[in-house]
Design a protein around this ligand. Sequence first.
Ligand SMILES: Cc1cc2nc3c(=O)[nH]c(=O)nc-3n(C[C@H](O)[C@H](O)[C@H](O)COP(=O)(O)OP(=O)(O)OC[C@H]3O[C@@H](n4cnc5c(N)ncnc54)[C@H](O)[C@@H]3O)c2cc1C
Length: 500
Amino acid sequence: MDARSQRSDGSSIRLNLLRVQGPSVSLPFPLPIARAMRYREGVRSYENESFWLATLGSDLAPRPALDTDRRCDIAIVGAGYTGLWTAHALLERDPSLRVEICESEIAGAGASGRNGGWCMGAMSGLHALFSDPDRRDGAVRLQRQLFATVDEIGRTARELKIDCEFAKGGMLRLASTPAHRQPMDEEISRLRALGFNQDDYRLLDPRECRRRIRGRDFLGALYTPHVAALNPARLVRGLASSLEARGVRIFERSPVRHIHRHGIATDRAQLQADRVVVATEGYTPTLPGFRRHLVPIHSMMVATEPLPPALWETIGLERRETFADARRITTYGQRTADDRIAFGSRGLYHYGSHVRNLFSERDRNFRVVTQALFSILPQLASVRLTHHWGGALGVPRDSRPAFGIDERTGIAHGGGYVGEGVAASHLIGHALADLLCGIPSPAMELPWLHRNFPKWEPEPLRWLGISAVRRMGEAADRSEFAGRDANRLFKRVFDAATGH
Ligand SMILES: Cc1cc2nc3c(=O)[nH]c(=O)nc-3n(C[C@H](O)[C@H](O)[C@H](O)COP(=O)(O)OP(=O)(O)OC[C@H]3O[C@@H](n4cnc5c(N)ncnc54)[C@H](O)[C@@H]3O)c2cc1C
């Protein structure tokens, strides 16, 4: 059922109002009231859950649910990038495979339809491995494979005719203080020693930096060309449609309640399979038997209204470079294809690994996000923010992504990207497909892949630990912005806990 609602900026958005089970309804109430009511009644309107989904311009009505028992070769739980790239790679290897996907909401309702759209040739935890002599070479190979993955995603999107607004303008890590700038010299020396050259990473002095981005007085930047900006929802929705066109069944609004070696079950039906893949990332702790594999950390984002050309003259980002500053609490921004800034920052954990999908615009955490944005680009302070949203990403205990088949349960899994999953999920999806098809591949030899997730501590230790680490990171950032040395213990604990 399709309704229209008037926004504060005068534009209107389509609302697909759907009940969990039963007929569609449309509500004749102002948006905030209607939203609250829908949530109370178990109704979800996906357009309200991210800027990317809101502006997709295509139908978000759910596909049919799994409501009769079936059989397939490989059943996948979760229709985000990991599940969809795995399905895509499986069909590449063996087009005769019957792959079916069960998704609790709609394809892209998770992090894949909400993220910052940085398609990055990077992976969490990789830099820590560069200092391990036994795994250094493998880590360098993995890094190079990630560089190639960025181009591979652009190429595949073009081939599948997915217009995901892919622009490979690179990434600028901006130094706002001497404490941000100094470690960049050391980092570049380390990267050179590993064989990465100017074409992979380089330092920009303040003048070069100003040619690309103008805002605060930056002391320079670390630049890498191996990052593209893209529209995440267009990519995930496009992937789902292309798989469907190739015969993959995607059952939506079909939350999986039970998973075992040879099948999955929803409230209504069972899907038997030779193999099951769990691809639920930040939502994994909501699955029985997986509560302590990953924790959901929530990242929050805002988008500005489209900015006029005169304002862009003062900002730059002509190649749609992605940008962040070098503080510990991650920030990430991109110039969207329709000339807005989409910007986020992350770090919220809710007790008991509770996952949230909807955030009030008045949530005080958005103030932190906008302060970070305005501190990088002060000229945005008077522009209107038209969208506020957030989402859950999956963090493993050791901050390193993983994939594999659990020997004990026989269930395959992939994820744990710590907020760097747009490109890494492609790599892991392809590696999982090799593993499931029994094809030996170089991906199997890469460090730390093909392993299980170490378990997180039970509550309240989990909450206490994560909250303490976050506070230490924030305190260290505050000191450095104020021109003071950050507490060394805080820096060490934060870096060790976050895998830096
Ligand atoms: C706000 C935000 C910003 C981010 N920014 C970036 C970025 O700029 N660059 C980057 O590389 N990464 C970023 N990330 C991380 C990136 O989005 C994720 O790593 C990636 O999307 C993970 O994909 P996934 O398929 O593994 O998980 P998801 O996309 O979360 O998909 C999991 C799916 O499983 C479904 N599911 C959950 N439970 C069940 C169940 N019981 N039964 C069936 N289905 C279920 C969910 O509905 C969901 O659709 C960001 C994440 C967030 C939240």
